[in-house]
Design a protein around this ligand. Sequence first.
Ligand code: FAD
Length: 410
Amino acid sequence: MLYELLSGEVDMWEIAPLFSELLANTNVQFFRDRVKCLYPRDHLLKNMPTTSGPGGIVHLESGLAIEYDWLVLALGAEAKLDVTPGASKYALPFYTLKDALKVDEKLRDLERKNFCKDSPIRVTVVGCGYGGVELAATISERLGDRGIVQAINAEETILPNAPEGNRETALRVLSSRKVELLLGYVVSCIRKEVKGEIDDDDPANMVSVHNAATAHCPERIFLELQPSGGRDLQGQIVESDLVLWTVGSKPLLPELDLDDNSYELPRNARGHAETDETLRVKGHPRTFAVGDASALRDKNGNFLPATAQVALQQSDFAGWNLWAAINGRALLPFRFQNLGEMMTLGKYDGAVSPSFVNGVTLDGLVAHTARKIAYLIRLPTNEHRAKVGFSWLAKSTLDSLQNMLSKGLS
Ligand SMILES: Cc1cc2nc3c(=O)[nH]c(=O)nc-3n(C[C@H](O)[C@H](O)[C@H](O)COP(=O)(O)OP(=O)(O)OC[C@H]3O[C@@H](n4cnc5c(N)ncnc54)[C@H](O)[C@@H]3O)c2cc1C
């Protein structure tokens, strides 16, 4: 629910509660630290009963070393900006809470600078998967007439892998908010103008300047677009005040040092931990891996999507299998149950395509509310759920009252 931070719909404590608070009344010991090194030893235990002997040691950045019997890897992934020249320097990722706060701060800064000016704030979103589309819809709603939002996608459609209903709803909302879609393009390079000059190649080499009317900007970012191959398109330059990058991710597992370079946890070409169906890392009887750090195929041979839906379902299975392994019981193979796909499209809009009702998509306020209720149900701990539920109810009551009042006055 990072998008809702940008729309002002939620507060940080609601969507990012502290582990120390959530785990306060449990016997889980929480260390706020970073794992630096992993010393797995369970691959050496192959001929011993799997429940005896240490499984390995993790070394934390603070210097602390923790010996473990069993390990669950849930390190997640991070944004991948290093594939396009200039992206890591001039584009902001939208992946973590910290990223969302930075984007919000940057938007506030632009809103302040452009206050009472005629020139619009130009925001460019790279990527039109769920992340890019939800971001473009939220920011275009926030900026209204004060901004121009452009969204770029390599495919010739947005949300290529989403249900038809979600795609159509998103297209309708984006068009109503005048989001400019640049489809069939890849960003080949991003650069910034420094004191009247472009800090990279000569812009004269570029094919055309898109919306050159924004020459007033003190800091101008230029994105060079090339056709991705399909239609007969020409390359172009897009000018922007803020570039948001939503394309690609990479697992954080390869960041960890392992004790012995000749031995590594089995990983696929993209760096995900390879597990068997029971979520155990191959060759490591005491190590489980879940979520975006791991890769598992479904029965058709396709990789499961890197979503919270998969990660949450895997965590239930991993918990059960951990208990089963310790107690010498049979482990269960993980089966993903796709419940459908939901998206927010701003404060009062959304799209929900539940998998259990074929071809049906909810949209508008109904979808937005249904999505919020689904998130509320999935929040951790009853106490947090109750606090957030009350807070959201109070906010929406206030919002409705404000709307009624402003309608009455106008
Ligand atoms: C903007 C955005 C919107 C999304 N929206 C949806 C959605 O609507 N629905 C959906 O199903 N999915 C969504 N996803 C995907 C979903 O967030 C991920 O699939 C899910 O969070 C993966 O869970 P995880 O536990 O594997 O990793 P994460 O949730 O990323 O958690 C990994 C944790 O490990 C920590 N960590 C990493 N390295 C170390 C280390 N060395 N030491 C200690 N800690 C470490 C990280 O700080 C992090 O807290 C979205 C993702 C993004 C970026």
